[in-house]
Design a protein around this ligand. Sequence first.
Ligand code: NAD
Length: 500
Amino acid sequence: MTTSAAPTTASDDVLRRSREAVAGISTGVLIDGTWTEAASGCRFDVVDPATEEVVATVADGGPEDAARAIEAAGRAQKGWARTAPRERGEILRRSYELIMARQDELALVMSTEMGKPLAEARGEVAYAAEFFRWFAEEAVRIGGDMTVSGDGRTRILVSKEPVGPCVLVTPWNFPLAMGTRKIGPAVAAGCTMVFKPANLTPLSSLALADVLVEAGLPAGVLNVVCTSKASSVVGPWMSSGIARKISFTGSTEVGVRLLEQAAQHVMRSSMELGGNAPFIVFEDADLDVAVEAAMTAKMRNMGEACTAANRLFVHRSVAEEFSARLAERMGSLTVGHGVAEGTQVGPLVEEKALAKVEELVDDALARGASVRCGGRRPGGRGWFYAPTVLSGVSPDAALMSQEIFGPVAPVVPFDSEEQVLEWANDTPWGLVGYLFTRDVDRSFRVSEALEVGMVGVNTGLVSNPAAPFGGIKASGLGREGGRAGIEEFLETKYTAVPRG
Ligand code: NAD
C-alpha cells in the first residue's frame, strides 16, 4: 500500500489488546506513594490520534495536588539522599527488567496515545529502559576528589551531593524515553521528584510510575501529577521554594518561560528544547547511505522529533538524484493506525499539528517548491499527513526557519561548503546537524563549524543513552544521558580542612 491509499486500520484483536493494556494503568495522581483522584475530582481525555476516539481519562491535577506533591518530595529528600547508592541502582535495574518484560504492552499503549507505529514504539521502550540500566550503573560511580592546596596548608575535599527535589516536565513525542532520561539520573543521584508528563500522552508516563513503584521506589521519591492545564501544576512547583531544579524537555517558548520562573529561586536548570537540524549532503557522499539516513532522520516518529532533519541541503550536482530516490522511498511507505500490522507511518499527534504542517507545505509551494511525493492528507478519519518530499525549496520558505514536526522533507540545493555552512548556522537553534561526505578532512571541518551540540557524520541517528544529548543556542542548556547526565542532578561541595 502506498501513500495514495487510505490509511490502514487495526484489527479487532490488536484493538482489544491495546484497550486491555490501557485499562491496566493507574490513572490518578501519585503523591507520597498513594494513587488518588485529583483534588478537583476532574478528569481529562486521552485521544487516539488515528481514530480521534477517547481511549482513557486521567485525573486532572491542579494547584492543590501540585502543593501536596512538592511537599511530599521535600519531606522525602533527606532520607532518600542517605540511601545506599547500590540500593538506588538496584531499583533502576529492576525497573529496567520490568519495562523490558512489558515491552509489547507498553508499546501498544504508546502507539495508541501518540500514534507512532508499533515497531518504533517497541524501539522507544527499549531505548527508554536503557536509560535506567545505564544510570543504575552510574549510581555507584558518583565520585569525589581530594587534593592539597598549592601552599600545602589546606586539604581540599570535593564531594558530590544530590541537588534536591526536582521538577520534571516532558513532551508528548517520546512519552517514555523523555521520562526515563530524567528519572533515571535523578534516582541515581538521590534526588526526589515531581513529574508532569505531557497532557496528550500521559498513559506511558503513568505506566512508568507503576513500574517504579513495583520496583520498590520509596513513597514520596517520585510524585506524578498529570493535568490539562500545565501552568496550574508547574507554576506552583516553580514558586514553591522547595524545588531546587527544573529539568524540562519541550518547546523553546515554554522553556524560556520556565527559565524566568527558575530565576526567582535561582534553580538549577536543564533545558532540552527545539531544533532546526540541517542535513547536508555533499557531492562526494555515498547517496545510498545519505538516503537511508534521511529516512531515519526525517521519518522516525513521523518527523515529530527535535532531532528531525528539518532542512535538507544537497549539493546541486546530486540534488535531483537524491530528491528522486528519497521520494521513491518516502512515497512507498505504508500510512496507517500505529497499532495496525505493517504500518510504517502513523498519524500526527493532534489536529493542530496537522494544520501547521499543511500551512508550511502550502507556503513552500507558493514560494516555488515542487511536490515530489505526498503534499496532502490521505483523507478519512485521523490526523494523517502523507510523507512528502519537496524539491527546489526557496531558502525563505517558512519551513526553513520553523520546526516542521511532520513527515515533510524540503530539499534545498547548494553550491559550496561555505554557502551551506552559512545557511546551516543561520538559525537561533543549535541541537543537531547531519553531514554526508567520504572526505575525512571535510567531515571534521564541517562538524567543527556547525553551531550545534551534536553531529551525525554519515548517520541519521545520534540518540544514545550512553551519549551526552543536548543543544546550544536556543536549543537548550545541559546534557542528558552519558556521564554528563547524572552531573545535572548533582551539586559539587568543597570542604577545606587545614593540615596540622
Ligand atoms: P511544549 O513546550 O508545548 O510542552 C512540553 C511540556 O511542557 C508539556 O508537558 C506541556 O504540558 C508543558 N507545558 C506547556 N506549557 C507550559 C507552561 N506554561 N508551564 C509549564 N509547563 C508547560 O512542547 P511539546 O509540543 O510537548 O513538544 C514538542 C517540542 O519539544 C518541540 O519543540 C521539540 O523540539 C521539543 N523536544 C525537544 C527535545 C530535546 O531533547 N531537545 C526532545 C523532544 C522534544
